[in-house]
Design a protein around this ligand. Structure first.
Ligand code: GLU
Length: 437
C-alpha cells in the first residue's frame, strides 16, 4: 500500500442467518476506519454457499446496516462474480498453481468427483496483524487445500481473495476466527501476483459466561434490538466499545457520538482477548441516550409501543415515570400493561382487600376513614398524603390500613406504595376508589 492510496474496507457477511452484535461490530469498525481515513466502505454479500443462504438473512443485513447508519459506498453480491472467479481459477490451473483432482466424495456415497486444489508452496507465511502484531504460520499442514468444487463453484478462500483484490480492498477487518484462513488467502494473493491487503482480526465477542456469542447462546439479532425500541446510537456506542476503549487515558467516559468514534478510531487500543457483551450494559447505554432525547423525540419513539387505550394527555402525563422506568421503548408497552390502574379504574377483587386474618368489614371501615381523612388534604403530594395517613395507620396497625389502601387504589398484590399512586391518579380518583366500598 502506498501512502496516497485510498483506504477501502469491507463488511462481507454470509447471509446464512440473522447476524448479532459480534457481526455488526466488525461492520462498525470497518465503517469507522473508512470514514476516518476519507476512504470507502464496501458491502459484500458473500452468498456463495448456496445451500445455507436465505433471502431473509440478506434482507436482515440491509435492514440492520441501515438502522445503524452504516451506509456503504459500493456494494457487491459475490455470486454475481462467479464468471470472474472461474477465470481466475482457469488462470491458476493454466499456470500450474492449482489443479483438478478426482477424489472420492466426502458424502460417504463412494462416488468420485472433481475438486480444484491450490498447489501449496508449503512455506511459512508472516503477516502483520494490525491488532496482534506479526503472526507467523507454517502452511505445510494445510496441504493442497480446496479452492473450488467446480470451475463455477469456488469456495470462500478463492472468492474472498479475488473480490478483495478486484474491489481494491486495502484493509481486511474481520473476526478472529479467520486468522487461520489468512495464510491461505495470502498464498493465493501471492500466486496471482497481487498485493496483499492489511489484516486486522478482531477479538471475539463473548457472553457473560465467556462463551462465544452466538444465536445458540441466546444472542439477539441486531434487527431484534431495532424492534425492541433500542436507539441505534446507543447500540452503536455500546458495541464499538466491546474490546476497544476510545477514552482519553485516565478517563472513564463511555458516551461517545458517532463523529467522536470516527475521530478516535484506532487499532492500537484494541484488546486481543475476547470482550463480554452484556445486555444490562446495553440497557445502561440506552437509558443514557434516552435521557438526551427531547420530549418530542421521546414520544416519537414511544408511540408505536403505547396501547390504544391510553389517551394522549395521559401519555404526556406519564413522561417522567416512563423515562425513569424504561430501558428500551418496548418497555413502554409493559409499563402501561402493569400500570393500567394509574389511568383507568382497576377491577378490584374484594377478597384481596382483606389483610391477613382480618375481615372485609374491617378493611371497609379503614377505607371509609381514609377517604374522610384525605378529603380535607390540601397538599396532594406523596409526602403530604403520607403525613395524613400514617398517624392513623400507626394507631390501627400499618398492614391493616396500608394494605387495603394500596389494593383499593391499584387492584394489585404488588404495586408502588399507595402514596405515590394517590399522587399520580389525583385526589378525585383516589377518593372515588376509596369510597366505593
Ligand atoms: N463471509 C465471512 C463471514 O461471514 C467473512 C469473510 C471475511 O470477512 O473475510 O464470516
Amino acid at each position: 500500500m502506498t501512502s496516497s492510496q485510498k483506504i477501502v474496507t469491507r463488511f462481507a457477511p454470509s447471509p446464512t442467518g440473522k447476524a448479532h452484535a459480534g457481526g455488526y461490530r466488525t461492520a462498525m469498525y470497518a465503517w469507522l476506519f473508512a470514514r476516518q481515513q476519507g476512504g470507502e466502505f464496501v458491502l459484500r454479500i458473500e452468498d456463495t454457499d448456496r445451500t445455507r443462504n436465505t433471502p431473509e438473512a440478506k434482507d436482515d443485513i440491509y435492514e440492520a446496516l441501515q438502522w445503524l447508519g452504516l451506509k456503504h459506498d459500493r456494494m457487491y453480491i459475490q455470486s454475481e462474480n462467479l464468471e470472474r472467479h472461474g477465470e481466475v481459477l482457469q488462470q491458476l490451473i493454466k499456470e500450474n498453481k492449482a489443479y483438478v483432482s478426482n477424489e472420492e466424495s466426502k458424502d460417504g456415497s463412494g462416488l468420485k468427483k472433481d475438486v480444484i486444489r491450490f498447489r501449496n508452496p508449503n512455506k511459512t507465511v508472516t503477516f502483520i496483524d494490525l491488532i496482534r502484531g506479526p503472526i507467523t504460520i507454517d502452511t505445510t499442514d494445510l496441504g493442497d487445500f480446496v479452492i473450488a468444487r467446480t470451475i463455477d463453484d469456488p469456495v470462500y478462500h478463492l472468492a474472498v481473495v479475488v473480490d478483495d483484490h478486484d474491489e481494491g480492498i486495502t484493509h481486511v477487518i474481520r473476526a478472529e476466527e479467520h486468522i487461520s484462513n489468512t495464510p491461505r488467502h495470502i498464498l493465493i494473493h501471492e500466486a496471482l501476483g497481487w498485493s496483499i491487503p492489511q489484516y486486522a482480526h478482531l477479538p471475539l465477542v463473548l457472553t457473560a459466561d465467556k462463551k462465544k456469542l452466538s444465536k445458540r447462546k441466546g444472542a439477539l439479532a441486531m434487527t431484534d434490538y431495532a424492534k425492541l425500541g433500542y436507539l441505534p446510537e446507543a447500540v452503536f456506542n455500546c458495541i464499538t466499545m466491546l474490546g476497544w476503549n476510545p477514552a482519553d487515558p485516565g478517563s472513564e467516559r463511555e458516551i461517545f457520538s458517532v463523529s467522536e468514534l470516527i475521530e478516535r478510531f484506532d487499532f492500537e487500543r484494541m484488546q486481543k482477548s475476547g470482550a463480554v457483551f452484556r445486555e444490562e450494559k446495553l440497557d445502561w447505554f440506552n437509558r443514557e441516550y434516552i435521557k438526551l432525547l427531547s420530549s418530542a423525540d421521546f414520544f416519537a419513539h414511544a408511540t408505536p409501543f403505547v396501547p390504544l387505550w391510553v389517551a394522549k394527555e395521559e401519555l404526556l402525563k406519564a413522561e417522567t415515570l416512563l423515562r425513569e422506568r424504561i430501558a428500551k421503548f418496548a418497555d413502554v408497552a409493559v409499563f402501561f400493561e402493569e400500570h393500567e390502574y394509574l389511568f383507568r379504574e382497576p377491577p378490584v377483587d374484594s377478597a384481596m382487600l382483606v389483610w391477613k386474618n382480618e375481615t372485609l368489614d374491617k378493611a371497609k371501615v379503614h377505607l371509609a376513614t381514609l377517604a374522610a381523612l384525605l378529603e380535607g388534604t390540601v397538599d396532594w403530594s406523596g409526602e403530604g398524603i403520607k403525613t395524613v395517613v400514617m398517624p392513623y395507620a400507626e394507631k390501627e396497625g400499618k398492614g391493616s390500613v396500608l394494605w387495603p389502601l394500596r389494593v383499593a387504589l391499584s387492584g394489585k398484590e404488588k404495586s408502588p406504595d399507595p402514596f405515590t399512586i394517590a399522587e399520580i391518579i389525583g385526589k378525585e380518583k383516589t377518593l372515588a376508589r376509596l369510597s366505593m366500598w
